[in-house]
Design a protein around this ligand. Structure first.
Ligand code: OAD
Length: 249
């Protein structure tokens, strides 16, 4: 199918849908300058993100892990939502039931204006005590020294409010995402390599429940086989074209 036909087909499906669900990953924020986890730019001081985003790494060296997250926070502080984030806001406004499940911790979907957002992997601006007696939203970057920041109540190290490898997702959020995937007539998979579970399973759930699945990613991914429409450019341009087609209907 040529890109023009795919755009029209998806816009038509969106115009008719009552329930739409979306899964996004780091790729939708790439055009805002946020580094992805895998691929070029995925390394920090020679460490892979996956090596540092674990409870074991934090127990071993909380200062190293906090320096990594402080670096990410510093990069994010100057990032703005892009055309891809804004296109999802426009789609949400036109669909009766819209759910956006994101693996991103950057908060850019909400900043763009998306409302029904499920942050499956947490939010980097949230900080909480590892004994869970205290929680704050702190948008400062870099954080004041010394790292790690300490809980003002019990003095335990504070940790980033993100889900690390080996930790469970917030199940109430995942259940909502799964219910939306199950009910969706249209499911969009945007900017994710689709290799991290259980988030990736949402695309399979949607496909098996009969949704029209569309993927937005410049590269083939583990989830491409579930997609009936493939948009192989950057998410910003392709999603904007879909919104334009939708608004012309
Ligand atoms: P990845 O870094 O694994 O994948 C990013 C995807 O975005 C790749 O498939 C790229 O091809 C694609 N991409 C790059 N530029 C794009 C663009 N302009 N438009 C659309 N797509 C583009 O990121 P995730 O799949 O989000 O988990 O990674 C999943 C999880 O693994 C993350 O949430 C994080 C990570 O390690 C935790 O921190 C728990």
């Amino acid at each position: 199918m040529n890109p023009h036909d795919a755009t029209k087909e998806l816009a038509t499906a969106l115009a008719e849908a009552r329930v739409v669900a979306v899964l996004t990953g780091a790729g939708i924020s790439a055009e805002s300058g946020v580094p992805t986890f895998r691929g070029p730019g995925g390394l920090w001081e020679g460490h892979r993100g996956e090596e540092l985003a674990t409870p074991e790494a934090f127990a071993r060296d909380p200062v190293l892990v906090w320096r990594f997250y402080d670096w990410r926070r510093t990069k994010l502080a100057s990032c703005e939502p892009n055309a891809g984030h804004r296109a999802l806001v426009a789609i949400e406004k036109r669909v009766p039931h819209f759910t956006l499940a994101t693996q991103n911790v950057d908060g850019l979907h909400r900043l763009a204006g998306s409302e029904n957002v499920l942050e499956l992997h947490g939010n980097i601006w949230r900080i909480y005590c590892e004994r869970e007696c205290h929680e704050v939203i702190d948008r400062r970057a870099p954080l004041p020294e010394p790292l790690p920041p300490r809980c003002p109540r019990c003095h335990a190290p504070l940790r980033p409010g993100v889900v690390w490898f080996g930790e469970p997702l917030p199940w109430h959020l995942f259940e909502q995402a799964e219910a939306a995937a199950q009910a969706a007539q249209v499911f969009l998979v945007i900017g994710t390599s689709g290799v991290v579970e259980p988030a990736a399973s949402l695309a399979r759930v949607a496909k098996h429940a009969g949704a029209f699945v569309a993927e937005f990613n410049p590269e083939e991914t583990a989830l491409s086989r579930y997609a009936s429409a493939l948009f192989r450019g950057g998410a910003g341009d392709s999603l904007s074209a879909v919104v334009t087609a939708l608004e012309d209907m």
